[in-house]
Design a protein around this ligand. Structure first.
Ligand code: ATP
Ligand code: MG
Length: 365
C-alpha cells in the first residue's frame, strides 16, 4: 500500500439519468455490508433541449446538471465521476448466439452478426458486449452467447462531450435496459436455474422501454411508442382540458373505476390495449426467436408511469399475468440522517439507481 493511500478515497461515481424532460441523480455507498442511498435529486428539463435523444442545447443542459448536483438532497457531491445513460430508442441491446468456440474470433463474428440486426453499418456504431458465462449458456461449447449493446457513434459522442464540457468524468454510458435490469434484479444473481422469465416495463414521460430477462441475463430490449405525455394529451383532448389540469386528473384518478366516474379508463382504452398488445408481441417474439425460453410469469413495471392507479390490475387482467411494481430501493438502505426519495417518486429513480449501482462498484457489468 502506498504511504499516500490515505489520500486515495474510495472512488464512487454517481448515476445521472438524462431524459428529454428531466435529469435525475443518485449516489450510493457501500458501508458495513450494506448499500446506502447517499444523494439524490431531480430537475425538470424544458422541452426542446433534447429531441429524439439528440442534444440540441448543451449549454442549457450543462447549467441544469450543475444545479442538479449543487442542490442535491442528502450528502453533497464532490466526485466528478459519473455513470450516465444513452437515449433508449437510439440504442440496441440483444443476447446473440454466435456459432464459434474461439473467443479470439468473437469481435469480427459479432460485427458480422450485428449487421443482420441493425439497419445501420456497424462502422457507424459503437459496439460493446459481455459474454454470458453461466451454467445455462455454458452447456454447449460450440457456441458463445454474448449480450451485445450498440449505439450510434454520433449519439455516444454527443453525450460524452456534454459530460466532459460539464467538467465531469464519464466513466460509462450505459444502455438504459442494462441499468434498469441491474436496479430491479439485483437479488437474483445466485440462482438462475428454473426461474421463470420476466418482462420489465419502464413507463416514462416520453417513452416506454421493455426488457425481457431470463436465464440470469437480459435477452433483449425494445421501445414501445406510448408515454406518460401521450396519456396526458389523450386525457386533455378527451375531457377538453389544458395539459396541466389533465396531468392532475391523470394522477388523481388513473384507471380506477371509482374515480372520475371511470372516465379515464374509457378515454385511454385504446392506449392501454396498445400497450398490452406490444407486450404480448414482445413475449411472442421472445418465445419464437430465442434459445429455450422460459415461460414469462411476471411483468414488472417501473418508471413514473408505474404509479398510474390500477395500471397493474388492468394490465394483469388483459395479459392474464402477474404484474408487480418494481422497487429499485428494495436492497438499499437509506441514511437516517437524510430525507429519502418520496414514495411516489421512487419508481422514477429506477434508471438512476441502476447507474449508481454500476458507479458504486466501478465494475464492467
Ligand atoms: N401517479 C401517477 N399516475 C400516472 N402517471 C404518473 C404518476 N406519477 C408520475 N406519472 C408520470 O410519469 C412520467 C414521468 O416518469 P419518469 O420520471 O420515469 O420519466 P422520465 O424518466 O423523465 O422520462 P423518460 O423515461 O420517458 O425519458 C410523467 O409522464 C408523469 O405524468
Ligand atoms: Mg426514464
Amino acid at each position: 500500500m502506498s504511504f499516500l493511500s490515505f489520500l486515495n478515497q474510495e472512488k464512487t461515481a454517481f448515476g445521472l439519468d438524462m431524459s428529454e424532460l428531466s435529469l435525475k441523480l443518485a449516489k450510493l455507498k457501500r458501508r458495513g455490508g450494506k448499500v446506502f442511498l447517499e444523494s439524490w435529486n431531480e430537475i425538470e428539463l424544458p422541452i426542446g433541449l433534447i429531441i429524439d435523444g439528440e442534444i440540441t442545447d448543451s449549454q442549457k443542459i450543462i447549467s441544469l446538471i450543475h444545479k442538479l448536483i449543487k442542490n442535491c438532497h442528502g450528502k453533497k457531491i464532490f466526485t466528478k465521476e459519473v455513470v450516465s445513460v444513452l437515449p433508449e430508442p437510439k440504442t440496441f441491446l440483444k443476447l446473440i448466439e454466435i456459432p464459434i468456440s474461439d473467443e479470439k474470433k468473437l469481435a469480427s463474428a459479432i460485427k458480422e452478426e450485428i449487421e443482420r440486426h441493425i439497419p445501420l453499418p456497424a462502422d457507424g456504431m459503437y459496439l460493446d458486449w459481455k459474454i454470458i458465462n453461466n451454467p445455462f449458456y455454458n452447456q454447449d461449447s460450440s457456441k458463445i452467447y454474448a449480450l451485445v449493446g450498440a449505439s450510434p457513434k454520433f449519439i455516444s459522442n454527443q453525450y460524452t462531450e456534454l459530460l466532459d464540457d460539464a467538467g465531469l468524468n464519464p466513466i460509462a454510458l450505459e444502455i438504459e435496459g442494462v441499468a434498469i435490469a441491474r436496479s430491479l434484479t439485483m437479488e437474483e444473481t445466485e440462482s438462475i436455474a428454473n426461474k421463470p422469465a420476466k418482462v420489465i416495463i419502464d413507463f416514462g414521460a416520453t417513452r416506454t422501454g421493455l426488457v425481457v430477462y431470463d436465464h440470469g441475463t437480459i435477452q433483449f430490449s425494445l421501445s414501445i411508442p406510448i408515454s406518460g405525455e401521450m396519456i396526458t394529451k389523450a386525457i386533455a383532448s378527451g375531457l377538453d382540458l389544458g395539459l396541466d389540469e389533465a396531468e392532475k386528473i391523470k394522477i388523481a384518478c388513473g384507471l380506477d373505476k371509482k374515480r372520475c366516474q371511470g372516465s379515464l379508463g374509457k378515454i385511454l382504452h385504446d392506449h392501454i390495449d396498445d400497450l398490452a398488445t406490444n407486450i404480448r408481441n414482445a413475449i411472442s417474439f421472445y418465445y419464437n426467436h430465442f434459445t429455450e425460453p422460459s415461460p414469462v410469469d411476471k411483468i414488472i413495471i417501473c418508471g413514473g408511469g408505474a404509479n398510474f392507479r390500477n395500471l397493474d390490475k388492468t394490465l394483469s387482467h388483459k395479459l392474464d399475468m402477474k404484474v408487480d411494481m418494481g422497487n429499485p430501493l428494495q436492497n438499499i438502505s437509506t441514511n437516517q440522517k437524510y430525507a429519502t426519495i418520496p414514495p411516489d417518486k421512487i419508481s422514477s429513480y429506477t434508471t438512476a439507481i441502476g447507474l449508481a449501482l454500476r458507479g458504486m462498484n466501478l465494475t464492467n457489468d
